[in-house]
Design a protein around this ligand. Sequence first.
Ligand SMILES: C[S@@+](CC[C@H](N)C(=O)[O-])C[C@H]1O[C@@H](n2cnc3c(N)ncnc32)[C@H](O)[C@@H]1O
Length: 302
Amino acid sequence: MTTDQQDQALRFFNMTAKEWRRKAEGAIASKVNVVAERNATVLRVAAGRAAAGNPVTAFLDIGCGTGELVIAMAERCQKALGIDFASEMIALCNQTRGEKRLDNVSFATGSIFDHAFGEQTFDIISAMGLIEYVSVSELEKLAALCHRLLRPGGSLLVGSRNRLFNIFSLSAYTEMELDLETVTSLLRESTALAGIERSDAAIAACRALPGSYPSVSSHPITGIGVDTRHQYAPSELIHMFEIGGLTARGLFPIHFHGLCVPAAKSHRTLYVDIAAAINALAPTDHRLVPQASSFVLHFEKA
Ligand SMILES: C[S@@+](CC[C@H](N)C(=O)[O-])C[C@H]1O[C@@H](n2cnc3c(N)ncnc32)[C@H](O)[C@@H]1O
C-alpha cells in the first residue's frame, strides 16, 4: 500500500526526470549542485574503503534518480545497482548505461519496499534525496531493510534535508519552527554540533539528545511538487537508524549557505561561490552542518 506522499512523489519525478538530469549534471549555473555534493560523499567513502584494503564489490543506490552516482560507482566496484520507482528516471539511466556500454550496472524500476533482493547483499548502500519522500514508519522499515541488505562492515549513506538549517535560513521554515516552539531544541543541537571538534564526540552528543522533535506533515513550498517533504535533524536520524542496528560514523554538511535564504535570492553568484568554497571542508568538518540545508550521515553495520 502506498501513501499519498509516495504517490505524489512518483507522479512528480516521472514528470520531471529530464529536468532532474540537467540539475544532477550541474547544467543550471545559478544553483548549487547538491546532487554532486551528496554523490561525492559516497565516492569518498568508497575510496576510503579501497585505501583500507576493503574495496566495494557490490553497490546499491536507492532512489537513484537519473543514475549519475550508480554510473560513477560502476567504475569503482564489480556490480552497481540503482533502483527507482519512477520509470522515466530509469529510462534515462538505461540510456546512459547503453551509451557508456557498461555491463556491470543494472537499474530496476519499482519501489524499494517491493523489490525482491533474494540473497543479495551490498558493501555500500546509498539513499540520496530519498527519505524526505517516505513516511516515518516507512523510514523505520528502510533502516531495517538496509541493515539486512548490508554485509558486515558495510556502509549506509543517507542524505537528508536538514532541519537545523531552519534556524539559520530566516525563511518560512524558521517561522514554522517558531510556531512549533522547537527553536530552542534545534539551536541546542546546532550549538552542540558546532562546539565539538571531533565528529565521533559530536555524534555521541546527538545520541544524548531526545531523538525526535515535534513536526508538521505539510511544509512551506520549495519548488518540488510534493506536499510532505520531511526534514530531520542529525540526532533524529541517528536515533532512528541506530535502533535499526546501524552505528553512525560520520556526518557531512551538504549545500552550505553563507547567506540567509532571502539575501541569497538577491546575491545568487556570491551565494553559489560561498557554497562551492565551503564544500571543500565538507569531508572534515561536521561543525558546518547547522548552516547547510542538507547533510549526509554515514552508518556502518557491525
Ligand atoms: C530527489 S530524487 C533524488 C535522485 C538521486 N538520488 C539524486 O540524488 O539525484 C528522489 C528519487 O527517489 C525516488 N523514490 C522515491 N520514493 C521511492 C521508493 N519508495 N522507491 C524507489 N524510489 C523512490 C524518486 O522517484 C526520485 O527519483
